[in-house]
Design a protein around this ligand. Structure first.
Ligand SMILES: Nc1ncnc2c1ncn2[C@@H]1O[C@H](COP(=O)(O)OP(=O)(O)OP(=O)(O)O)[C@@H](O)[C@H]1O
Ligand SMILES: [Mg+2]
Length: 233
């Protein structure tokens, strides 16, 4: 089985080598836990090292904002790589008003299908599910989501769904996304001592891999992300 590496130092070993190709993986976390940055970095590193083609659909941040943040993280050569970014404004421009009224789940389904067929993307990212739900409220969330995730699973590319956890919520997700997805990576803020706040990462589930469980400290230093074991609090 082929695997997509995250290139987060130390974390591919935790995942048992990486994420099996074709999986639909949820990247869950509270606001500001670097969900966007690490998911983009996975796409970027795979484009740079392996020539994998990536499609990043940003329903939250603008194209310019996202690109600026990636440049800040030292991903300077994104324009030379086979990664394609689109934001909601640009998708809206490409679709007539009556199509937008159908609902964003349907628009995205058609858009992804068309782009994947035409350009054979290896990695597709949707950032985020919360933004997707707020763009057009779902009439029957469980059923619509079930069909959407099933559609994504049947696609060839590996898909990352970014999922926002609101502060203080009990569950990881809002509509059963957790048992529909093939994998779940959880990011959280952790208060270590009186003044230090760390971002931590944990693979909760990854079908078809023998992954480790537990929290690792996530850091971005220089040009790379690292996940290091937690020694003590
Ligand atoms: N090298 C770095 N180390 C630690 N934090 C950083 C670094 N570079 C940027 N950040 C911080 O990471 C945070 C956000 O990252 P990112 O946008 O990827 O998170 P997110 O989980 O997608 O956030 P949101 O909930 O807004 O979508 C920002 O507060 C940013 O300042
Ligand atoms: Mg984000």
């Amino acid at each position: 089985m082929k695997k997509i590496k995250t290139y987060i130092d130390g974390f591919d070993d935790v995942l048992g080598g990486g994420i099996p190709e074709g999986h639909v993986v949820l990247m869950c976390g509270t606001p500001g836990t670097m969900k966007t940055s690490i998911t983009y970095s996975i796409m970027y590193e795979n484009a740079k090292r392996n020539g994998l083609k990536g499609l990043y659909i940003s329903l939250e941040e603008s194209y310019e904002g996202l690109k600026g943040a990636m440049l800040d993280l030292e991903m300077k050569d994104i324009d030379q790589l086979p990664v394609f970014m689109i934001d909601v404004g640009r998708i809206r421009k490409a679709h007539p008003e009556q199509e937008i009224n159908k609902g964003w789940m349907e628009i995205l389904t058609q858009y992804i299908q068309k782009r994947v067929e035409a350009d054979e993307f290896d990695i597709v990212v949707i950032d985020s599910l919360a933004a997707l739900y707020s763009l057009s409220p779902l009439k029957n969330p469980r059923a619509e989501l079930f069909h959407f995730i099933r559609f994504l699973k049947e696609l060839e590319p590996t898909v990352f769904l970014i999922s926002e956890i609101s502060h203080g919520s009990v569950g990881l997700v809002s509509n059963d996304e957790d048992f529909l997805a093939d994998g779940i990576i959880h990011l959280k803020m952790h208060e270590a001592g009186d003044s230090d706040v760390q971002i931590r990462i944990n693979c909760i589930k990854m079908r078809r891999t023998k992954h480790q469980r537990g929290w690792y400290r996530l850091m971005h230093t220089g040009k790379k992300f690292t996940a290091t074991p937690i020694i003590s609090d």
